[in-house]
Design a protein around this ligand. Sequence first.
Ligand SMILES: [Zn+2]
Length: 298
Amino acid sequence: MQDDAIQADHLQRFIFDNAAIRGEWVQLKKTWQTVKVQREYPPAVAGLLGEMLAAAALLAETVKMSGRLVLQCRSDGPVSLLMVECTSEHTLRGLANWDGDIAEDATMQELLGEGNLAITIENIDAKQPYQGIVNVQGETIAEMLEMYFAQSEQLQTHIWLATDEQTAGGLMLQQLPDQDPEQHDENWTRINVLAETVTHEELLKLDAVSLLYRLFHEEMVRLLSTTVLEFSCTCSRQRVADTIKLLGRQEAEDIIAERGFVELACEFCNTHYQFDPVDVAGLFSDPLNIQNDSDTLH
Ligand SMILES: [Zn+2]
C-alpha cells in the first residue's frame, strides 16, 4: 500500500509564507505511460503531448470546477490536433494526431505551424463552458500558456514543463493578490529567478520535496494538499451507440452487410466497441414498434 501511494502520480500544492505566491508541482508516470502507449507517437509529438498533459493537471488544480478542463490545440502543421483533459475527479486522458514523418528534433513551431490553443472549462453547474483562446506562439507549450495568462489578464503565472519516455513533469508559480504591490513584485522576481534554474532533469527525476528544497531553501515554502492523479477514459458503449446513430441507419446497415458488425475504437484508450446486427437493429428500432411487439405477446 505504502509503495503504491508513493508511486502513484500526484500533484503537490504549496505556498510561500514570505510571499503572496502559490505553486504546484506535478509528476506523471503511470498516467503518461498509459496515454503514450495508445499510439506509436514520434518522439517530438510525444514531447508536446506529455507537456500538455502535465500542464492540464497543473491548470485544472487552479480552477474550482465540477467537470473537466480541456486543452485543445488545432493547427495547420504536421500535428493537426493535440488534446488533453483533466477532470475534477483527477483523471487525465489525451491524444495527438499527426501526418507524415516527423523529425526527432522538430520544434514546436515546425510541428504546430499556424494554429491556436483553446482552454475550455466545462462545469456541470454552468450553462456555458468557459473558453479562452491563444494563438500558437512562443517556443514551448509552457510559453504559449504563459502568454494566455498574460493576455487574459489573469494572475501572473510562470510554468515549467518537461517530458521524457517515462515521465511528464511540471512546476507552476502563480501570484496571489497582495496589499503591498512593491514588495509583491520584488518577491515575484526573486522567487522566479530561483525557479528559473530548474532543469528538465530535476522536473522529471526529483520528488516534490527535494525539488522545492533545491530551488527554494532560502524561502519559506509550506506544503499544502496532495492530489493523486490517474489515467481514465470517459468513453462508454452508450456514447459509441450515439455515434453510430449519427452515422445513420443506411450507413450502419451498409457496414453490417460488408463486415457483419460495426466496430469503433476509442481514440483515447483504444477500447474497441463492437455492435452486431441485432445491436444495430436495436439502435434504429422505433420504440413504438417495440411496444407493439410486446403487446402481441400478451
Ligand atoms: Zn476511451
